[in-house]
Design a protein around this ligand. Sequence first.
Ligand SMILES: Cc1cc2nc3c(=O)[nH]c(=O)nc-3n(C[C@H](O)[C@H](O)[C@H](O)COP(=O)(O)O)c2cc1C
Length: 389
Amino acid sequence: MVKKEGKMNRRNFLKCSGQAILLLGGMSMLHACSSIKREDIPRSDSEKTSIKGLEKDEMEILDYASLAPSGHNTQPWTLKIVEPKHWVIGSNKKCWLPAVDPENRELLLGIGAFIENLVIAAGTFGYEVDLQIIAKSPMDPEIADIRLKKGKTLDFPLAKVKQRRTVRSGFADQEIKTEDLKYFTRHEARACLLANVPSPHSFFFPNHSPQGKYLQEGTIEANRKQAFRDPAQEELANWIRWSNKEAKLYRNGLTPESMEIKGIAGLFVRNFYDRQSVLKESFRKQTVDIVAKQVKTCGGWLVVTSQDSSIPTLIEYGRVWENMLLKVREKMIALHPMTQMLEEEPWRKQIAKELSLTSEVQWILRMGYLKSYPDPVSLRMPVSWFIQA
Ligand SMILES: Cc1cc2nc3c(=O)[nH]c(=O)nc-3n(C[C@H](O)[C@H](O)[C@H](O)COP(=O)(O)O)c2cc1C
């Protein structure tokens, strides 16, 4: 649970901000109170040096892996060092989201994205990765066995891994071009890395199509249902780091900056919002209003389906998704996961049929061209924090 330490009350805030304005001038004050971004918490020297059992290049590989996306930015991965270059990737129960992801479906997608970053980063350091899925149930603490073996060096610009981020606003209305869609959904031709996992299928629906309208409406209504479902909202509240102090302390979860609450609004929420604010009716309504605005403006929807929801399939789909995400920035496209229809009834059960799809929906992605691509801001824990003894 998020601690509420270090909060200013309204009177102190006004007193402090009034003095600061007098001293520094309005703009400087805003800067002084600006929100925490990833670049504001660089790895300290001790976090960069190797930890027992890991060489420096292994630390770097894991640092890149940890830049993967995850629901509510919980960063649910763990790492057990079995022996040099032999690890077990697991899931941290404290990061599960039972209210919105009771079957750990999304958790496994996030861990798949982590594994994809790991494989790419290891490749650039001259390692091939031998990957075995060991989990039998999505609730198992141990998910995958990883061995790094010296192999061919992969030529991949790791800056792409560093620059990937989720963008939620500023989408143009322009429909996504067919050649761009083809470019980053080429995963259908990708050799399946895990045995017996059929390649994913992606379906694109323009926003003005009947399916696009269904996705718009469904996303708004599923968000409304979730925002007013207390366990889901309480779970969200636990993962929001309103103050800079909390952000620095936890280095995970959602910050005002990562939720794209900027400027004066950002300054306000950082100082006055807390866990209880998320549970207020006004906050819940505002969330739905923001979603309603978001879904109206976009370049279409990408829906990705699979034949089953087995553990290897979900891990592979997380990998494929991360691969897609690493390609979209160069096309100035944002891919915004909007998962509420897959989390709430009746949409969860009905969506495939409503879209005339015969298999299970794993991703609903709102897409759009951006004028400028913002830099990543969501926080990451250092490698030592997710290593298990
Ligand atoms: C399985 C999964 C589901 C997600 N669902 C949503 C969502 O419904 N809405 C949203 O705004 N972001 C969603 N995200 C994005 C995460 O919030 C985001 O990855 C996380 O905050 C880290 O930020 P970054 O992607 O910019 O690094 C999802 C991510 C994953 C992996």
